[in-house]
Design a protein around this ligand. Structure first.
Ligand SMILES: Nc1ncnc2c1ncn2[C@@H]1O[C@H](COP(=O)(O)OP(=O)(O)OP(=O)(O)O)[C@@H](O)[C@H]1O
Length: 704
């Protein structure tokens, strides 16, 4: 058996760089079975990085690592033999203390009875708060103890603890150290521990002093103090540091400089076959390696339980993901495309001041002579103003056109109309075909409009034209003329849709599709990123969960939520507000649901490529805004330049929105069956792309 096979952990010439800065520089260390190894060094010297390399969660640039005789990166079963306590607390904040311990126990594939027994034992030993307390309500020291229990619940043969005693009082620190010594002496476990408390290192069997990414010395504390003739380890560390500085000056090689290791100072069990000597974790369900590596239902259930509790115990997520899609639909309905009302509009009637119109009888304004076909009118301006008694317009009378125009310029009114003196007389001539320039001019009503707001100004403009045509048509009838002459020479027939449909109906397909997509993206990226930022994702992986199990557990919950989010807007629009639809509800729901799933996979993709929530927001906004603006949601897709149309029709929104609209308005036709298939294919294509990118990028980044 070679030297490295005898070690529980063996690290040789390890080099790790972050970009160009070298954090671990040709570091060599080894940990035998049945010892506590204290890793000591100043803040930022690379201890955490080293531990992460040892557990296989960080890539290194060169060198060699073996844990239980195997490269940790090639041993998928390693996590069951390791109990890792990260420096950060990394506990699920929505869990109680007991749930936290059960979660990590289940990830280690323990059964309920084993976890319960272990929890009772450890919670008494470490004086944990009552089991039903939420971890967030515990103090920093209590959270650290819970985190410690989670790391050791499965009694692993190798414990890797990154500063487990920070923030604990000396009594508890002593308890933890006594427990660690017991683990080593009674159960032959091996422990690597980093600490800032140099005095704690007197209780370790072997101490490794790290400085500037190098191991200055590796020996028992007493041997080190003896060698440097010091009373404390701290003094020995200072002397070694000075030596290192001098050596750097003389550029000595490492082989000359490394403190020689003598392990005679502490008892080490000589291990012939480490694999067979490993302390088996408490009641692991199966020791069969292949079973452990396979997709595991118990772990999946633990992950799903976590996801579900994380979801429903956070009122913000319930609000955001369950209520917002519905309220958003309601806001859309009332906020977009509704009837505009009560716009102040100026009236300057030089024929008869507006306020006197009420004394004129509009029914007596027309006298027609059927024999001569001449038509004699009274005061037509008052009659026309009656046609402006509509919700859109709130009439404001002015005596001078200049005063009215000034008010338009000051934004007091949306526009004004000027009816000139003798309007009726000239309009009468117009009807009776006595045409001249002056007749045309003086029978024309001049309108001044503020079109800075195109929607309000435009609405007034088209309504004035509509109302004038009605007025003219009625006048023609009363004058015995053919009413068709008063109309525009067009006759429309609407094969699909209606003339007076609110704008909301145009936006509806885009709205439901984008709500489903948008909430899919937000929900997934936020949930997964929160988990990553809180260290729960990483810790769960280290505790034994597989990436696929974690992704599947999220997918199951989020597909369920996505179904609700997709269907809620449809139910509100078509069943509560009772907007009519012509085609199949199933096809419309299918498109919206698949868009939700597609959004969800984009959320995965974004969370795999973001370090924090800000990055995720920037990424999702940079994708969503341009896609939304160009997809035909707010303005017809056909308004885009041809080249953009050709490209954007393959984006995940535009074609599905057009298909939804087609099903909604035209019903189920042969053409839209083809459209539905094309849309489903397109959404499936994007979904697969996002899944692929997520897998590739997360695999790439995970271990850097
Ligand atoms: N992902 C990263 N990207 C770039 N630099 C990093 C990264 N992680 C750590 N570092 C840097 O590497 C150095 C070593 O960090 P590490 O966390 O390993 O130190 P440490 O000894 O554990 O410190 P402490 O005792 O304060 O926890 C630090 O200078 C740190 O800034």
């Amino acid at each position: 058996m070679t030297e490295k096979q005898e070690k529980v952990v063996y690290v040789k010439n390890l080099v790790k760089k972050y970009d160009k800065s070298v954090v671990l520089n040709e570091l060599t260390m080894s940990i035998e079975k049945g010892i506590i190894y204290g890793l000591l060094g100043a803040s930022g010297c690379g201890k955490t990085t080293l531990l992460n390399c040892i557990i296989g969660r960080k890539q290194y640039d060169s060198g060699e690592i073996q844990v239980f005789g195997k490269n940790p990166r090639d041993d998928p079963d390693l996590y069951h033999k390791i109990g890792f306590m990260p420096q950060d607390i990394s506990l699920v904040s929505e869990y109680t203390i007991q749930e936290s311990v059960f979660y990590f126990g289940r990830l280690a594939n323990m059964d309920t009875i084993s976890i319960t027994n272990r929890f009772e034992e450890l919670s008494t030993l470490l004086e944990l708060p009552p089991r039903n307390c939420f971890t967030t309500t515990c103090s920093g020291g209590e959270q650290r103890r819970i985190s410690f229990v989670c790391a050791i619940v499965h009694s692993p043969p190798l414990l890797i603890l990154d500063e487990p005693t920070v923030g604990l009082d000396s009594l508890l620190r002593d308890k933890i150290w006594s427990y660690l010594r017991e683990l080593v002496e009674m159960k032959n476990a091996s422990i690597i521990i980093t600490t800032h408390y140099i005095e704690e290192c007197s209780r370790v069997n072997k101490v490794g002093l790290v400085r500037n990414g190098k191991l200055l010395a590796e020996n028992s504390p007493s041997a080190l103090m003896h060698k440097y003739q010091t009373n404390t380890l701290e003094e020995a560390y200072l002397m070694l540091s000075r030596e290192q500085d001098e050596r750097t000056l003389h550029q000595l090689t490492e082989s000359d400089s490394m403190e020689k290791i003598e392990l005679s100072d502490f008892p080490i069990t000589k291990v012939e076959n480490l694999e067979s000597n490993i302390n088996q974790p408490v009641q692991l369900e199966s020791s069969n390696e292949r079973t452990r590596n396979r997709f595991n239902i118990r772990r999946l259930r633990a992950l799903m339980d976590k996801n579900f509790k994380q979801f429903y115990r956070s009122w913000l997520s319930v609000l955001l993901f369950m209520i917002l899609p519905s309220t958003q639909t309601v806001f859309f309905k009332y906020g977009i495309g509704g009837e505009i009302r009560d716009l102040k509009f100026g009236i300057v009637n030089d024929e008869l001041p507006g306020q006197y119109c009420e004394y004129s009888n509009i029914n007596s304004t027309v006298i027609s002579n059927l024999d001569s076909l001449d038509c004699y009118v009274g005061i037509l301006s008052c009659r026309f103003l009656e046609y402006l008694e509509i919700p859109l317009i709130n009439k404001v009378y002015y005596n001078s056109i200049n005063a009215a125009i000034t008010d338009v310029q000051h934004g007091e009114i949306i526009g004004t109309m000027h009816i000139r003196q003798n309007f009726s007389r000239y309009y009468e001539k117009r009807i009776n075909a006595e045409i001249s320039d002056s007749v045309i001019n003086k029978s024309t009503i001049v309108v001044y409009l503020d079109l800075s707001n195109r929607e309000t100004g435009g609405s007034v403009k088209y309504k004035l034209i509509d109302q004038f045509l009605k007025f003219q048509e009625d006048l023609y009838i009363e004058c015995g003329r053919d009413r068709r002459l008063a109309k525009l020479p067009f006759r429309e027939q609407y094969l699909y849709g209606k003339n007076d449909e609110p704008f909301f109906i145009f936006m509806l397909p885009g709205m439901v599709v984008s709500i489903a997509f948008f909430f899919g993206v937000t929900m997934t990226s936020q949930i997964i990123l929160s988990e990553k930022c809180e260290g729960i994702w990483e810790r769960s992986l280290i505790a034994g969960a597989k990436s696929t199990e974690m992704i599947v557990s999220h997918l199951i919950l989020q597909i369920g939520l996505s179904m609700f989010q997709s269907l809620a807007p449809l139910i509100i629009v078509f069943y509560i507000f009772e907007y009519p639809y012509a085609g199949s509800m199933f096809s419309m729901a299918l498109i919206v649901f698949l868009e939700g799933i597609c959004g969800l996979t984009l959320g995965f993709c974004i969370s795999a490529n973001s370090k924090n929530h800000i990055q995720a927001h920037i990424l999702s906004t940079s994708f969503l805004f341009p896609t939304l603006i160009t997809c035909g949601f707010m303005w017809p897709f056909e308004a885009l330049p041809k080249l953009l149309q050709t490209i954007i029709q393959y984006f995940p929104f535009s074609t599905p929105i057009a298909t939804f609209r087609s099903i909604m308005k035209k019903g189920s036709t042969e053409e839209n069956l083809y459209e539905i298939m094309a849309s489903v294919g397109l959404i499936a294509f994007w979904t697969l792309q996002f899944i692929l990118i997520s897998f590739l990028t997360s695999r790439d980044k995970q271990k850097k």
